[in-house]
Ligand binder design. Structure first.
Ligand SMILES: Cc1cc2nc3c(=O)[nH]c(=O)nc-3n(C[C@H](O)[C@H](O)[C@H](O)COP(=O)(O)OP(=O)(O)OC[C@H]3O[C@@H](n4cnc5c(N)ncnc54)[C@H](O)[C@@H]3O)c2cc1C
Length: 405
């Protein structure tokens, strides 16, 4: 009989099948796509950011934070790095972000498939699992076959980017087996804003600090390049706040974001702005307000901020009232936008929520169903952008595969 059937040959399914096979288990890996690791190919814009040197629990999110130190620990993080080196991946490390030296996600995909085959994993492609039953053993039904195994590793991914195969199937199975699923919502995704300026700011990119407020209480911040779009805001700093936004909106809370466009100059508020502009105005004389701001900020943004403040572009700084200076400073250091939604699963890189970690043992086995292991995005953990989500997939896959009895 098969020792373990791994369902889903994405990141966590591939690595867990390798670890199980190396643990002398007879492994069958079933994938509904025609090839393994379809999602891997689009990660990191086709380059696959598979790990990050800067590790800290604060980059990971869950409803059960107490569980995270069992996974995000030095021993496993080191193992991820050495595993990829052992299967032939030479890392290209940029600011702590790991990519394969080839700059191609296919390198990671093919290295994993090769290692799975060498380790003796049987891979069945193009077969969708439609039902799983548990009596003494597990019975796994695909469209064409019924397989029996002592253990199952469920690695079918979340609902993010369903084009790649992850359509939430695993959550249904886990619910049938009696597990609690925390609400599954898009995360690492762009945000929709309710502001009348969308048309005017569309296409602007700016280095900013974003502060996220929930019911007017600050609950997060991030820095980086924001992309202002015709529906709201995007970019990595936006993505990193989006999971909290998704959850807040789901709970009918009010979400708003303040954008500080002058964060790179350490200006926190309108008072800082006025002091800074006074200096700038003294240094660069005979320039209009528009001249003083152009060269720092995108001209479309300058025009919009001046229009909103009721200031003509050709006005001189010295001629502005304190009130107008403050008003402009407020717009530039704390631009308020109401968030009304997120983009959908189709465009999200991961999901909030998933199976409650309270019901999962430290070896990734279900506390409810003996022999059922859960890995990757099905678990109620997600990470920030930067290789953290794949890190979860690798580590949970390694633990599950290595733990099969
Ligand atoms: C655009 C994009 C970019 C990303 N970039 C990065 C990045 O650079 N770095 C990073 O760390 N993370 C990145 N991520 C996130 C990362 O890809 C995921 O966190 C990771 O792939 C999750 O692995 P998984 O094994 O849980 O699921 P998946 O990789 O989604 O694999 C699940 C597999 O299960 C299969 N499956 C589902 N149902 C069935 C069924 N019933 N029968 C058989 N097979 C089934 C699916 O076809 C799929 O192949 C990105 C995600 C996206 C969408």
């Amino acid at each position: 009989m098969i020792d373990v059937i791994v369902i889903g040959a994405g990141a966590s399914g591939l690595i867990s099948s390798i670890y199980a096979a190396k643990n002398n288990k007879k492994v069958l890996l079933i994938e509904k796509n025609k090839d393994c690791g379809k999602k891997l190919l689009i990660t990191g814009n086709g380059r696959c950011n598979y790990y990050n040197e800067n590790q800290n629990i604060k980059y990971y999110h869950s409803n059960d934070y107490d569980f995270l130190p069992f996974i995000i620990k030095k021993q496993y993080l080191e193992e991820v790095k050495s595993f990829f080196e052992k299967i032939g991946i030479v890392p290209k490390i940029k600011d702590g972000y790991y990519y394969p030296y080839s700059n191609q996600a296919t390198s990671i995909q093919t290295a994993l498939i090769k290692e799975a085959k060498i380790s003796g994993v049987d891979i069945l492609l193009g077969e969708e699992v439609v039902k799983i039953e548990k009596k003494e053993t597990f019975k796994v039904y695909t469209e064409n076959h019924i397989f029996e195994s002592k253990n199952i590793i469920l690695a079918t991914g979340s609902k993010a980017y369903p084009k790649t195969g992850s359509n939430g199937f695993g959550y249904d199975i886990l619910k049938e087996f009696g597990h609690t699923i925390h609400p599954v919502l898009p995360a690492l995704v762009s945000l929709k804003a309710d502001t009348p300026y969308l048309k005017e700011w569309h296409g602007i990119r700016s280095d900013v600090k974003l502060a996220l407020f929930e019911n007017d209480k600050k609950i997060g911040e991030d820095v980086g390049e924001v992309q202002l779009t015709n529906y709201g805001i995007s970019g990595i700093c936006t993505f990193n706040l989006s999971g909290k936004v998704s959850l807040g909106l789901y709970q009918h809370k009010k979400e708003h974001i303040n954008i500080n466009f002058l964060y790179p100059f350490s200006l926190e508020n309108e008072e800082d702005f006025i002091i800074w502009m006074n200096k700038r105005n003294n240094k660069i004389q005979k320039r209009t307000i528009s001249d003083l701001l152009d060269g720092i900020l995108n001209y479309k943004l300058v025009n919009l901020m001046l229009k909103l403040s009721g200031i003509k572009n050709e006005t001189y700084w010295d001629d502005l009232s304190e009130k107008l200076k403050k008003c402009l400073g407020r717009y530039l250091t704390s631009f308020h936008i109401l968030i009304v939604g997120t983009n959908d699963f189709d465009a999200s890189q991961t999901c909030t929520g998933g199976v409650s970690l309270k019901e999962i043992k430290q070896n990734m086995e279900s506390k409810i169903i003996e022999g059922l292991y859960v890995t990757g995005e099905l678990l109620d953990i997600y990470g920030d952008c930067g290789g953290y989500n794949l890190t979860i997939a690798w580590i949970t896959g390694m633990i599950a595969g290595g733990s099969i009895k």
